[in-house]
Design a protein around this ligand. Sequence first.
Ligand code: FAD
Ligand code: SF4
Ligand code: SF4
Ligand code: SF4
Length: 452
Amino acid sequence: MTDHDEARSNRVARVVEAGLCHSCGACQAICPAEAICFRETVGGHFYPVVDEGLCTHCGRCRAVCSGIAANTALSRVLPPDPFRGVCLDSWIGRSDDAMVFAGAQSGGVVSQLLVDLLESEQVDACAVVRMVPGNPPRPTAFLARSKQEILEAQKSKYCPVPVLAVLRKIGQANHRIAMVGLACHFHGLSLIEDVDVDLASVVDLKIGLICDRTLTLAAVDCLLEKASHRGKSAQLVFRDRPRTGYPGDVTVQDESGDVSVLPKSERMAIKDVFTPARCRLCFDKMNVLADLTIGDPWGIDGADSDHGESVVIVRTERGRSAVGRGLNNVSLSLRPVDYEQVLVGQKIGTKRADWRAYCGAWHAMGEQLPEFYGRVVPHAPVTKGLTGMHRRQLERDRALDTHESREAVLRDARRATTAGRLRHYLIRGLGVARRLIWRVAKPRGEKGNSVD
Ligand SMILES: Cc1cc2nc3c(=O)[nH]c(=O)nc-3n(C[C@H](O)[C@H](O)[C@H](O)COP(=O)(O)OP(=O)(O)OC[C@H]3O[C@@H](n4cnc5c(N)ncnc54)[C@H](O)[C@@H]3O)c2cc1C
Ligand code: SF4
Ligand code: SF4
Ligand code: SF4
């Protein structure tokens, strides 16, 4: 190891190089020298960069990094089955506040809980994410201190956001906050707890979102291009439920207020092109370290799929009392739902097998796996024949940052989505043909059977 390598080894540059950074912001929150900032790469990843002039090589950023999880601290806090977590109660429903429900992604339960916590002075602020309009629009995490600010942050931003970085701005002055985060944010928070318990204990309630993946920030530019708004100041909403109904199409609004709508299929078509490899290596789609996990009611019998509802999984007593407050204040309408149905609706069985296949492919590419692999792998079955496709998807993400410009990334995305669409229609066509042949052949078979 050269002196230069040695100097870098205890810092987050290695995590980024290894393709394992999930942009949680823990390193920036913990750095005593304020030596870390985040920069967008050509492929749209949002990665930490260390200022060599300020860094004191203390190693704290690496110690709290759950991207690589270089020690066993994360493995130790995981529940027995890390794909499903602990479930005390599970609910489905919505906010009863017309304003909160109107602007929400699903049932508005996340924002209603935050409004209740602020108004009852249980917390001083809430860490949330808003999309800042501009050229281009980009998401940012901030501390909301009023209902108005909670409303401004509603709806999902399918992008990397270093939410934990907001802890830097708080100081230690007996502040209590609620944090809305993805599983990777709460993995980072749990490691911060090991290094600086005072900083971590500022977070009084962890409201987790179910999360299958984010998309790199280049996906935002790709959608703007599809809406002919690239290069102009605009606002983008990934799933504009208020304007287009549940679950929601993409909308782009220009400075004069004109709105273009892109059907949901346009977002779905680019998902595989812009999914970070690190999300493929993430087992925790159900956000098992949160106090509450909230998501869409996919696959739930009787869910209101016309207007939208949220599913709520209560994982801790702290989470239980937040939901109880909402039910007592009559700000939430919730009914029980079977957690097994939630897991089936979120396809957790398939996601276990996929996770294992992605990890297998990553390892075969000569890449480093995070430390938690050994702790999680007994809960993920081996499924034959998956790794070829899985490897191609990981390689696609690894190649994103090798393009010479954002234009080249978007050009490549256009080619890949056209090829993907053709493949999709071909597979559908083959399916239809197979069903037709089966239908024609079946009556003969049935006749034969009845004669037998
Ligand atoms: C990246 C991502 C992936 C998701 N994947 C799934 C999935 O696979 N299955 C599923 O059922 N649900 C998923 N969700 C959750 C779902 O989209 C809704 O966010 C959830 O149902 C809550 O809806 P709500 O109406 O209660 O929230 P709202 O009242 O609309 O509030 C949403 C809250 O989420 C916060 N938020 C938005 N984007 C981010 C972000 N990137 N990081 C941290 N906080 C954010 C906002 O600040 C706001 O406080 C995902 C969400 C995100 C952000
Ligand atoms: S090693 Fe220490 S000073 Fe350097 S970037 Fe990491 S946390 Fe900051
Ligand atoms: S702490 Fe989070 S943001 Fe920093 S390098 Fe690790 S995964 Fe990336
Ligand atoms: S899939 Fe995992 S790593 Fe990726 S954004 Fe979601 S929680 Fe974070």
